[in-house]
Design a protein around this ligand. Structure first.
Ligand code: PMV
Length: 360
């Protein structure tokens, strides 16, 4: 499919008003997306586990205006309060998707959104937030044209979410989601994410992610700035090629369930992401001393116990601790005994692999 396929022709129905609520999860990348071209076209393919507990719930209420507006018309509530300072981000998003949702200026929208995880936990809410909003707008499009198929609905929701925040494209479905053109996966696309289409070993069917909140401060570098630093980066070419190679290796791991190789790929991806930030200009260190304390503890524990605990990182200091269901008691005990002490105010979130967004 191309961008043009997401531009609708005339709508069949007139809809005066309505309301819809979607709950959409966050996701954690195993192969990282870092670097992009215009319109959030990723410089390399990525793949993620969809999460379950970390989610945004968004209600979109829409009412047709007497006349089509010159600007977008909407009120935004975050956790019950009118949030003027979130409006520019939503306005930018609406501008980016307007060509694909030509009805936007005909309505007044009330957008009410809340997160399941604490605000300012340092957990990025853009993936869950923008995917939930994209789904709400798609629900209105489906009212206007009930003939659109489920497959089109899902792809276009991912396509729109991508225009808001790249990684949001991976939050529509679960449990393993791939985004970005890659030779080894049929129908993979830079425009939207797809559910990973091949065999996945049962060990990955229920995987845990305990998120250790090491630093709950504002992000030091916005992801837009971060992605842009990959332009002219001395190692970008090698990095983009490496992501393709790692995806090829991971495909085999999903088939065989080889956790040793899984750990190697996932941890290397996390450290490479941070290495890219440390070697760009300007350069950044987004890990904190406690991030490294945790990583070392995980390595020590893994060596001592032969369990399959590993970590991954986002563009920040928090640590995602990943482990299979069969080892959850032993590893969760270890997390409580040895890792929680390194979290800010002892805070962590227990999450696990999830199955995508839900209409409420
Ligand atoms: O979706 P963005 O533009 O905020 O980028 C997110 C990038 C990482 O979280 C660091 C990696 C990823 O693939 O999710």
């Amino acid at each position: 499919m191309t961008e043009k396929d997401f531009i609708p022709s005339e709508y069949k129905y007139q809809i005066e008003e309505g309301e819809v609520t979607w709950k959409s999860p966050s996701n954690i990348a195993l192969i990282k997306y870092w670097g992009k071209e215009a319109n959030q076209i990723p410089a390399n393919p990525s793949i993620s586990f969809t999460l379950n507990a970390c989610a945004t719930t968004t209600t979109v209420t829409y009412k047709k205006q007497k006349e089509e507006g010159k600007e977008f018309s909407f009120d935004l509530f975050f956790e019950g309060n009118l949030k003027e300072d979130f409006k520019p981000k939503i306005n930018t998003f609406l501008k980016r998707v307007e060509a694909y949702l030509p009805f936007l200026k005909k309505y007044h929208f009330i957008i009410k959104t809340s997160n399941s995880f604490p605000h300012s936990s340092g957990i990025a809410s853009s993936a869950s937030g923008l995917s939930a909003l994209a789904l709400g707008l798609m629900s209105l499009e489906k009212e206007l044209n009930p003939e659109i198929t489920e497959d089109y609905f899902t792809k276009k929701a991912s396509f729109l979410a991508r225009l808001g925040s790249g990684s949001a494209a991976r939050s529509i479905e679960g449990d393993l989601v791939q985004w970005g053109a890659y030779n080894g996966i049929e129908n993979s696309s830079n425009l939207y994410a797809i559910k990973y289409p091949y065999n996945v070993h049962s060990v990955f069917k229920k995987y845990h992610d305990t998120i250790l909140l090491v630093d709950k401060g504002q992000k030091e570098v916005s992801s837009t700035v971060g992605h842009n630093l990959m332009h002219g980066h001395p190692f970008s070419k090698q990095r983009f090629a490496q992501a393709h190679d790692n995806l090829t290796k991971l495909k085999e791991v999903f088939e065989t369930g080889n956790l040793k190789t899984f750990i190697e790929i996932v941890e290397s991806e996390a450290l490479t992401l941070h290495a890219m930030m440390m070697t760009s200009l300007p350069y950044f260190v987004l890990m904190k001393p406690n991030t490294l304390e945790i990583i070392n503890k995980i390595w020590e524990f893994r060596k001592k116990t032969n369990t399959h605990v590993c970590f991954t990182l986002d563009a920040g200091a928090n640590v995602h601790v990943l482990y299979p269901e069969s080892e959850k008691e032993e590893i969760f005990q270890f997390i409580k005994d040895e890792l929680v002490a390194f979290c800010q105010n002892g805070q962590y979130i227990c999450d696990q692999i999830g199955f995508g967004a839900k209409k409420m």
